[in-house]
Ligand binder design. Structure first.
Ligand code: NAD
Length: 487
């Protein structure tokens, strides 16, 4: 197909070159603030995915396999340095595609992504193993971690560069080759860094970037030559990815899925901190964060005070909605697209049937994907709203009497990604943390992204982990070598 005349790169990046998709298919990104066209990207079909895998497969056996850990590290650090110079453009395209305030995109999301890439690069020459002496059985045993081969990741839109950095950084530090598919809602940020890949020193085929929607994702998940696939997205899609992976070649999956995090608020907390975390920060991204506290469990002694203050915060933030997220003064963005808008409005209706609306509950205005920050109280614990993810600016507040009640209510969901605990009693915070069936607990803060600790969910929130060495290991296989010392 012919290239679409537009501001942003639309082609696929395979073997260190931009190429047109053979599929003839495209995906379209529109601006959720006003419905205008952001751009059209070419979508990879079966032949294109095969071409990316063939390039990655040849690269895995080629020059890349001779790179030392330090050389791999240097390529990743150089890529991070080059990406950093493009942050303003990357932030702009993400804001246009999915409505995050430009201030957040430029000063938080993209610098975070660059930091992840730099930090994870450091593991490339520090891949360690284990050894066991022959004292017990006459065999000296070595366990080595080996790269898995051709690997890939499929991602979501809310912090695209951070997901790219986490998956590509881990896979390449480990010595694999890699194919990345961004979300169809924000496809241009990954394409915008593709030309930096050769400049950073990666040989052709090592790092490939393709675009497309669910069909392209499914081609990656079911490809017979891909050995590990990372996926960040919703739980229902994650289950499909796991099924495709199992039905094809039993490739390993890393599934970073949704959540319904409890925020457990004890009466000795710093209330202003709770209001900032569960109010201002949560609303600046319109509640579109997988780890956000969407079920706020409050000790009965302060539930009235906290609910009143949260209502005020939510209403103050509502007054700021409507400023186009591309404006540097914007503090609250939009929902990602009209599909997400419909989903959130449906959540509001379910909430009105199963709880009491305190504030919000409607769309804001008639253009753009803006909704009112919304609070429900007394939501029934067996209702869909209590159990299922909305992924919008809506919180449910419920009171508890005892620590045990809070733990039971917090764990009463199939999700197990994150929990937040607000208290000045650190012994209690640690005690409660240990009882939460989640992969990440944050004390006196929202879900923060760091470069060192593990990130990922228990129960229905996923499989495997990203983050630091935990993420690198997911892209490797342990191999045991046993030496008979008696021969
Ligand atoms: P989604 O599941 O709709 O899409 C995610 C990705 O999957 C996209 O790239 C999409 O093209 C692809 N996809 C769709 N169908 C597919 C299929 N059949 N096979 C393979 N790939 C397919 O999710 P979304 O709307 O992009 O993201 C929102 C969800 O992501 C929320 O549930 C949120 O909690 C979750 N999320 C999780 C994390 C985390 O790290 N745990 C981070 C951010 C968002």
């Amino acid at each position: 197909m012919t290239a679409t005349k537009q501001e942003f790169e639309s082609r696929l990046f395979i073997n260190n070159q931009f190429v047109h998709a053979k599929s003839g298919k495209t995906i379209t990104a529109t601006n959720p603030a006003d419905g205008s066209l952001v751009g059209v990207a070419e979508a990879a079909g079966p032949e294109d995915v095969d071409a990316a895998v063939a390039a990655a497969s040849a690269a895995f056996k080629g020059e890349w396999s001779t790179f030392t850990g330090l050389q791999r590290r240097n390529c990743l650090v150089k890529l991070a340095d080059l990406i950093e110079k493009r942050i303003p453009e990357l932030a702009r395209v993400d804001t246009l595609s999915m409505g995050v305030p430009i201030m957040l995109s430029q000063h938080f999301v993209h610098p975070w992504g660059v930091g992840i890439l730099r930090s994870i690069a450091g593991y490339a020459d520090k891949i360690e193993g284990q050894s066991f002496t022959d004292q017990d059985d006459g065999f000296y045993k070595i366990v080595e971690w080996c790269p898995a081969g051709v690997t890939a990741a499929i991602s979501t839109w809310n912090a695209g560069l951070a997901y790219f950095a986490g998956y590509a950084g881990a896979a390449l530090a480990a010595g694999n080759t890699f194919i990345y598919k961004a979300s169809e809602k924000a496809p241009f940020n990954a394409l915008m860094i593709a030309d930096l890949i050769p400049e950073a020193g990666f040989p052709p085929g090592v790092l490939n970037i393709i675009s497309g929607g669910g069909e392209t994702g499914a081609l990656l998940a079911s490809h017979m030559q891909i050995r590990v696939i990372g996926f960040t997205g919703s739980a229902p899609t994650g289950k499909k990815v796991a099924e495709l992976a199992a039905r094809s070649n039993l490739k390993k999956t890393i599934l970073e899925l949704g959540g319904k995090a409890p925020g457990i608020v004890f009466d000795d907390c710093n209330i202003e901190n709770v209001l900032q975390t569960c109010g201002d920060i949560f609303l600046s991204i319109n509640g579109q964060a997988c780890t956000a506290s969407t079920r706020i469990l409050v000790q009965s002694t302060i539930v009235e005070e906290l609910t009143k203050k949260m209502k005020e915060r939510f209403e103050n933030m509502e007054a700021l909605i409507g400023c186009n997220p591309i404006e540097p003064t914007s503090r609250v963005g939009t929902l990602a697209d009209t599909k997400q808008l419909e989903h959130v409005l449906k959540g509001f209706e379910i909430g009105k049937e199963s709880g009491k609306l305190i504030t919000g509950g409607s769309r804001k205005g008639t253009t753009g994907c803006y909704v009112q920050p919304t609070i429900f109280v007394d939501v029934e614990e067996d209702s869909k709203l209590w159990r299922e993810e909305v992924y919008g600016p809506v919180v449910l507040i419920k009171s508890f009497e005892t620590e045990e009640d809070a733990i039971r209510m917090g764990n009463d969901t199939e999700y197990g990604l994150a929990a937040q605990i607000f208290t000045r009693d650190i012994a209690r915070a640690i005690r409660v943390s240990r009882k939460m069936d989640v992969g990440v607990v944050t004390i006196n803060s929202g879900g923060i992204g760091d470069n060192q600790s593990s990130f990922g969910g228990m129960k229905g929130s996923g499989l495997g982990r990203t983050g630091g060495w935990y993420g690198v290991k997911e892209f490797m296989e342990p191999k045991s070598i046993k030496i008979n010392m008696k021969v």
